[in-house]
Each structure stands twice: as structure tokens, then as C-alpha cells.
Design a protein around this ligand. Sequence first.
Ligand code: FAD
Length: 389
Amino acid sequence: MAQVSEGPGLYQLAEEHEELRAAVRALAEKEIAPYAAEVDEQERYPREALDALVKAGFHAVHIPEAYGGQGADAVAACIVIEEVARVDASASLIPAVNKLGTQPMLLAASEELKKQVMPEIAAGASASYGLSEREAGSDTASMRTRAQRDGDTWVLNGTKCWITNAGESTWYTVMAVTDPDAPKKSQGISAFAVHKDDPGFSVGPKEKKLGIKGSPTREIYFENCTIPADRIIGEPGTGLKTALKTLEHTRPTIGAQALGIAQGALDASIAYVKERKQFGQSIADFQGVQFMLADMGMKIETARHMVYASAAASERGDARASFMASAAKTYASDIAMEVTTDAVQLFGGAGYTRDFPVERMMRDAKITQIYEGTNQIQRMVMARQLLKG
Ligand SMILES: Cc1cc2nc3c(=O)[nH]c(=O)nc-3n(C[C@H](O)[C@H](O)[C@H](O)COP(=O)(O)OP(=O)(O)OC[C@H]3O[C@@H](n4cnc5c(N)ncnc54)[C@H](O)[C@@H]3O)c2cc1C
């Protein structure tokens, strides 16, 4: 699998990356795109996409070879997510959330825990990430879910909300308060690996959403949920640090998802404006339309550079990785919203119907400005880094 270090540098991807893109694009167009409208309409899990991604080994390319995975680098993981999102944003959450759910373990779990979880994910099981709570969204440190040590076990109680792919995943990384008296709230939080069959674990009904309707979002419940003591990820009290470090690695993947949605909307727009005739000519001949296409393409190209550069920075552990991850996620998601809105405009009335994919892309784009930290929170992260000097 592609590795950043093998590439000729920032401004040209490695040959393996381009080969990977071609392979994922072919698979996405053949096996995922045909079901995207139906998945959205019926608000159902993109089972065909899951099967195709697992069969091709594209569902979690970031899992290291040592655990039976592909060992692909962060840029490669972004390319997979981008190419799937180009045809179906819901399906792109399969590789994206597999990375989000496992990254805390890759960063901080014991070797034994990694050996327990990673091969399962590499073989096709899914992982989710449980940080948010109803009253602790942007303010993550004010979470209430508790984990208490009891002999050889940890016992969890509480509710996490907005959990992507909950109910489909086998493993859940869950952050919970282990020391309510810690001097700083953030130092009293620990991370745990919870299995779907652990006693006391359950999932709630699906949220009814504006977009990414094929990806279930649910609450997850812990009622005296009892897990073995060695399922803690890292040392007690390090959970929030690990959860936030994880986002440095995964915000580029949300940027990649946004980028893919925007590219899909531009591609659909280009095809449509060449076909559609008004005033006796193709609407692609009008300069007003051409300028819109040019702006859309320019924004997408800028976002693509930022996404790949931020992914490579996270891979290298670059000191600017946190700033770049927030910048890439924010920029790519903001332009995805703009580009998809312009795509609907270019389709005219047809764009406002479900007969064409651009209205779905516009609805799907919106979430990329909200999750993994809203774009306001990203701007706070960026400003903090800048002011730190
Ligand atoms: C579909 C979906 C999937 C999700 N998947 C997951 C998941 O898998 N795992 C998980 O843990 N979470 C997940 N989330 C949660 C998501 O990360 C949160 O919704 C997000 O972080 C915002 O939190 P909130 O909804 O509580 O909004 P709030 O924090 O209540 O924010 C409301 C508004 O206030 C603004 N705001 C808040 N604080 C500030 C501030 N200090 N300065 C300026 N503005 C501020 C926000 O930007 C926003 O505009 C998901 C959410 C959705 C909708």
C-alpha cells in the first residue's frame, strides 16, 4: 500500500496513490453509485457498499500490516474516503469512521488490546467513536458518562449521543469520566474499548437527519456495562487527550469526505451543462455558467491540496498537524457547501428534485461543517495555535 515517504513530495502523489484512486473510483462507480439514491431515499445502511469495500480491502486501509491490515498511509486513507464520497457520502463513512473508531487504540492502547481489535476490523468488522453527549458537544470535557473500577472490570454508566454507524459497529471507543475530582475535568477522563456484546451495552433508535441518511446515527447506552479491566485505552486520565489527538488524524478524513462530495457535484454539473440547452444553445456556452464552474473547480483543487498536506502532516507527526487538520476540515467543508449549492443552481429546477444527485450532495455536505468539531470550534483550534506562536 501507498506510503507518504515513497512519494516524490508534497506536490505530486506517489504512483501507488494514483493507482489506489483509480481502483477505488472504478469500484465506487460500479458497486456503490448505483445504490446511492436508493440508500438516501430509504434511509438504509449501504450494505452493497460495505460488502464491496470489504471484499476489495478498502473499508479500513489504515490498519497496520502487523494486525492483518493494508498499512496504508493517511493520504491513501483520504483518497479512499474522497473517492467513495464522490458517489455516496453515507458509504464514505464506512472507511472514515473505521479510522475514527480505531485511531484512539492505535495511538494509545496496549499491544494486547490492539491485537484483539485490529485484526477484526481488518477482516471487515466496523468501529465507532463515542465522545459526544447530549449536554457535552463542543464542550467535550463536561461529559457525564462514568466508568468505575470494580476488581478486574470497569463498569460504565451513561449515554453517548450522535454515534455514527452505531448498531452496525462491533467495537466502540468510548470516553468516560473515571476521576470526577481531578483538578481539571479533562484529566479525569479515560478511554475504553467496548464490544457490542458486552453486558449492559445497547443502542437507541436512528436519528432522523437532513443528510447522510444511509449512515445510522444513534445514542448508545451503558447500564452497568461491564468490561474487562484491560480494555482501558492508555493510562487512566489520558482519555480526552487521546480523543483529541485522534481528531488531528481524522479531521483530514472529513476534509476528504467534503472534497469528494464537492467533486461529485462538479462532475455532475459539468455533464449537465453540456447537455442542457436554452436560448438555442448549450448552457455551458454562457460565460456566467463557465465562471461558476471555474470557481467550483478552483475551490476543489485548493481543498484537495490542504486535505492531502494535512493528512501527510498527521502521518509525520508534524508540529503543525493540529492547525492543518482543522484548516483542511474547515476549508473543505465550507467549499463543499458552496460547490454543492452552486451545483443545484446550475441544474435549475431539475437540481431541486431527487431526479438528480446534486440535492442529496447539498444535504450531505452540510454535516461536514458540523461533526468532528463544528467549524467555529476548528477556528478556535486554529487561532489558539497561531497565538501560541
Ligand atoms: C450526523 C452526526 C454524526 C455524528 N457522529 C459522531 C460520532 O460518531 N461520535 C461522536 O462522538 N460525535 C458525533 N457527532 C457529534 C458532533 O461532533 C457534535 O454534534 C458537534 O461536535 C457539535 O456539538 P453539539 O451538537 O452539541 O453542538 P453545540 O456544542 O451545542 O453547538 C451549537 C452551536 O454553538 C456553537 N458553539 C459552541 N461553542 C462555541 C464556542 N466556544 N465558540 C463559538 N461557537 C460555539 C457551535 O459551533 C454550534 O454552531 C455527530 C453529529 C452528527 C449530527
